[in-house]
Ligand binder design. Sequence first.
Ligand code: AMP
Ligand code: GLY
Length: 424
Amino acid sequence: MKILVIGNGGREHTLVWKLAQSPRVSALYCAPGNAGIRQLATCVPIKVDDLAGLKNFAQEKEIDLTVVGPELPLSLGIADEFRKAKLRIFGPTRNAACIESSKSFAKDLLLRCHVPTPKAKTFEQLDHALEYIDGHSVPLVVKADGLAQGKGVVIARTKEEANDAVTNMLEQRQFGEAGTRVMIEEFLDGEELTLMAFADGRTVIPMIAAQDHKQVGEGDTGPNTGGMGAYAPAPIATDSLRQRIVRDILNPVVEGLSRVGSPYYGVLYAGLMIHRGEPYVLEFNARFGDPETQVVLPLLKTDLVDVLEAVVEHRLDQMPIEWHDEAAVCVVLASYGYPGPYQSGLPISGLSALDHASDLLAFHAGTATQGKEVVTSGGRVLGVTALGPDLRSARTRVYEAVNLITFDGQYHRRDIAHRAVPTP
Ligand code: AMP
Ligand code: GLY
């Protein structure tokens, strides 16, 4: 089979790494890819939002299956375009992907399906939003309705902060089009959990539950990032909690989308808050999570090609999916300054030290090749993942590996997985 992966981050490197292990794969391409992906797949310089370019490439190379990493092409309708052209693609249609690209769409769907989620109200007019804030107690959560690269959420501890957030979004157009509508949501405390699932329009099969660390600073402090690390399995997700999430959240949502004529094919990512023992949906994503994928896919025993094909052919109900009984911890190595401005083009050394360790993986996120050298090219540069018999040993191992990789200004959190394993 010839496979094309779309994207250029750590998530896509992990997808390519896992797909490359399949005896069924004869050729592997990635658009546009990065320096790590290049070692496993042929990288082609087509941007993720160039739908026509991607479709032409898939037709020309007679790609048997295209796997979409990021949300942008999904929200632009890449799955619709490919299906029209009779090209097989793993990912939801534009309408189904609205569960991620419109928070108000997702909220309406959740309410219609009686899925537990924090109370919220949507506004397009600033004076109405300010009035609502005035009449409610803080903390409040202000969210841009559209795609804002994970930056469109403000936890407002005071009314001033909430007022500023809605003003920035609705009046200053801080997030452009994505913030012409805002959602003001009730704040829920608790522990967060990511449960991703494969869905084929009817059947839902959950993956191993994970937790990510969104904030840049240790102890989960400071501004939000694209993710500074992750671990799986998350101990908070007992078998019974996972079953409840499938029964009370994922199944009703997949059924609800089918009922409105937008059956969901792909990965359904539920971002949950476990509040007083009950799971509430904070957000959905229409794709694999990043960095969660860097810890979940290394634990997958089954051939990923078989699973993706079962989704595309709507026969997940006949697809046994097996997992390794191990744990994984991923630490993201970032550029100094991230998520603010940072320097790029800095040489990375020590990567080859991981080559022969079967329990260590280095997934590239923001890297490029410059001559023979691998250099930094993004805020999140690498995700280093270690596997182990349990979280504690995976965590010890990942930090041994992280110390071997250096570049100027390398920053990482030293407390990944601290909720599951106390930091030494
Ligand atoms: P989201 O992009 O909606 O997942 O929000 C980003 C982050 O903001 C989440 O991972 C949570 O840490 C936090 N968050 C979002 N909504 C809420 C909420 N209603 N209550 C508490 N924290 C929230
Ligand atoms: N880890 C959060 C996301 O993938 O959006």
